[in-house]
Design a protein around this ligand. Structure first.
Ligand SMILES: [Fe+2]
Ligand SMILES: [Fe+2]
Length: 198
């Protein structure tokens, strides 16, 4: 059992690295499912956005594989509740697509901006350690940022639905990440804030 507080209360960095890989791999899988459900719905309701959604899903498939490939050498294993990510992602994609193309882009904006923030924390954590993983995450983060820009660009209106849906989807994404990292995501955030102060 991973115990991050081994060595007389000091956190074991390798445990956190394993948690980072686990949550990133699972998160990419969830993203594949979100886009998959949205593509399925878009085919019936608004086919014009399919090419953009497909392109982003292809990126998520590649990210998922890259995180999976980085696991064995770091003794990390995929999340045991992948079905949870799968169902959660699918439901989120399906429900937002029901609300129309603008809702699809609001969902993408919320998920991608939350992911971007978490990757930022991970990069700060990995800077002093695993440079290979740092490089991988930095390159993936660039593509996630492109997804975020695409979502912002495609929104035709930013009314009530944006105000209401964005924080809900962002909070759900945050919660999934927090649960999957056993709270390490907030610990990394605090660590980063502390290192900025010094
Ligand atoms: Fe991704
Ligand atoms: Fe993405």
């Amino acid at each position: 059992m991973d115990n991050p507080l081994s060595n007389a209360g000091r956190r074991d960095r390798s445990v956190t690295v394993r948690r980072i890989l686990k949550v990133n791999h699972a998160g990419e899988f969830g993203a594949i499912r979100i886009y998959g459900a949205q593509i399925w719905m878009a085919r019936r309701l608004f086919p014009d956005i399919i090419p953009a959604l497909r392109e982003m899903r292809d990126d998520e498939i590649k990210h998922c594989r890259l995180f999976r490939d980085a696991m064995p050498s770091r003794k990390a294993r995929p999340c045991r509740v992948m079905a949870f990510w799968s169902l959660g992602g699918y439901l989120l994609g399906f429900l937002t697509a029901l609300g129309g193309r603008n809702m699809v882009w609001i969902c993408t904006e919320a998920v991608e901006s939350t992911v971007h923030r978490h990757l930022e924390d991970q990069l700060a954590f990995l800077e002093a350690g695993d440079s290979e993983l740092h490089g991988l995450i930095a390159s993936i983060q660039e593509e996630e940022l492109a997804h975020l820009r695409e979502a912002e660009k495609n929104q035709t209106a930013r009314g009530m639905s944006h105000t209401l849906l964005l924080p809900v989807v962002a909070a759900l994404t945050d919660l999934m990440i927090w649960l999957s990292t056993w709270g390490d995501s907030s610990w990394m955030r605090a660590e980063m804030a502390r290192s900025k102060q010094t």
